[in-house]
Design a protein around this ligand. Structure first.
Ligand code: AMP
Ligand code: GLY
Length: 423
């Protein structure tokens, strides 16, 4: 089979490696992929958002199955465009991808169907938003409605900060049209859990839970990033909480999307906060998380391609989705300066032992050499029987991966370990 994977980060590298385990897979085309994937996939220099070119490439190369991984192409309707030319793919259609594409949509969905989430107000007029903030309880959270490269959420600890967020999102339009509307939301507290779930609109199969580490530096200091590391499973997510989430969040969300005529087929990502009042939805994503995928898929024992095709064909109930009882850790190695300014173009080297466990995100090819080309350069992973073992092995492998100006957090999994030992 010829498979096309749209996207070019560490998440896509992890997806490609899992798909390659299926002997039916002959070739994987990564669109655009990145230089660090050159041994696993054929790199196709088309941007993930160039829908027409992607469709033309898929037709010309007789692609049998496609996986559309990032939010932008999903929200643009790449899955619909491929379906229109008879190419089946994994991912929600445009109508369903709105669950991530519009926070106003997702908040209103949760309200309408009684799915637990933070209390909120929607504004399309900055004056009204500012008036509301005069008396609102602080801290408060301001969110741009649309996609904003992961930067559209402002946790305001002062009234001034909240008002500044309204000015920059709604008036200065720092996120463009994504800021035409905003959600102003109650500030919640509690451990965060990421749960990715396969769903075909009829069946919902949650994957092993995970924990992201969003801040750039140790002890959760520094700026918010796309994610500096992950562990799975998340020790805060007990069987009891999982059952509660299934009943109050996962199944109701699937039913709600069906009732709205927006059946969701693909990977639905639940960003949850375990608040003192129970689990609540912080955000939905219409796709696999990054870097959650880098710890979740290595724990998947069943065949990924088989599951994905079953989702597309709405027979998820017929296939086995089995995860190992072990644990996984991913340590992201980034370019010094990220998420601010950083340099690129440094050669990346690694040992042969580490290579199969490294998922490359920000790299390109320069005269045949793989060089850094992004803020988050790669994720070094490990799977072991225990979380302590996975963390230890992942950090041992970090020592076998080199590029100039690299930095990484030294405490990935520390909070999870503390939670485990408290039990
Ligand atoms: P998002 O961009 O939606 O992933 O949000 C980024 C981060 O902001 C989340 O992972 C949470 O840590 C935090 N966050 C979002 N909404 C809230 C909220 N209502 N209360 C507290 N923290 C939040
Ligand atoms: N790790 C968070 C996300 O993928 O949005």
């Amino acid at each position: 089979m010829k498979i096309m994977v749209v996207g070019g980060g560490g998440r896509e590298h992890a997806i490609i490696r899992s798909l390659l385990k299926n002997p039916k897979v002959e070739t994987i085309y990564a669109v655009p992929g990145n230089g660090g994937m050159k041994d696993d996939a054929v790199l196709v220099p088309i941007a993930a958002t160039e829908t027409d070119k992607i469709v033309a490439f898929a037709v010309e190369n007789k692609i049998d199955y496609a996986v559309v991984a990032p939010d932008d192409p999903l929200v643009l309707g790449t899955v619909d465009a491929l379906a229109a030319v008879g190419i089946p793919s994994f991912g929600p259609n445009k109508a369903a991808a709105i669950i991530e594409g519009s926070k106003v949509f997702s908040k209103n969905l949760m309200k309408k169907y009684n799915i637990p989430t933070a209390g909120y107000e929607v504004f399309d007029d900055p004056k009204k938003a500012l008036a509301y903030l005069e008396t609102a309880e602080i801290p408060i959270v301001v969110k741009a409605d649309g996609l904003a490269l992961g930067k559209g959420v402002i946790i305001a600890t002062t009234r001034e900060e909240a008002m500044d967020a309204v000015h920059s999102i709604m008036e200065d339009k720092v996120f463009g049209k994504s800021g035409n509307q905003i959600v102003v939301e109650e500030f919640l507290t509690g451990p965060e859990v990421s749960v990715l779930a396969f769903t075909d609109g009829k069946t919902m199969v949650p994957m092993v839970s995970s924990m992201d580490h969003k801040r750039a530096h140790d002890n959760d200091e520094g700026l918010n990033t796309g994610g500096m590391g992950t562990i799975a499973p998340n020790p805060y997510y007990t069987k009891e909480i999982a059952d509660l989430c299934m009943e109050t969040i996962f199944l109701p969300t699937m039913a709600a999307m069906n009732a709205e005529g927006r059946t969701f087929k693909g990977c639905l990502y639940f960003g949850l906060m375990l608040t003192p009042k129970g689990p609540k939805v912080i955000e939905y994503n219409c796709r696999f998380g990054d870097p959650e995928t880098q710890v979740v898929l290595p724990l998947l024992e069943s065949d990924l391609l088989t599951i994905m095709q079953a989702v597309t064909e709405e027979r998820l109930d017929e296939v086995e989705v089995k995860f190992s009882n072990g644990a996984a850790c991913c340590v992201v190695m980034a370019s010094e300066g990220y998420p601010g300014k950083y340099e690129k173009g440094y050669p990346i080297t690694m040992s042969d032992e580490a290579r199969p466990h490294v998922f490359v995100a920000g790299a390109s090819l320069k005269d045949g050499t793989v060089v850094t080309n992004g803020g988050r350069v790669l994720g070094v992973t490990a799977v072991e029987d225990t979380l302590a073992g996975a963390i230890k092995t992942a950090y041992a492998r970090v020592n076998e991966v080199h590029f100039d100006n690299a930095f990484y957090r030294h405490d990935i999994g520390k909070r999870a370990m503390a939670a485990l030992t408290k039990e």
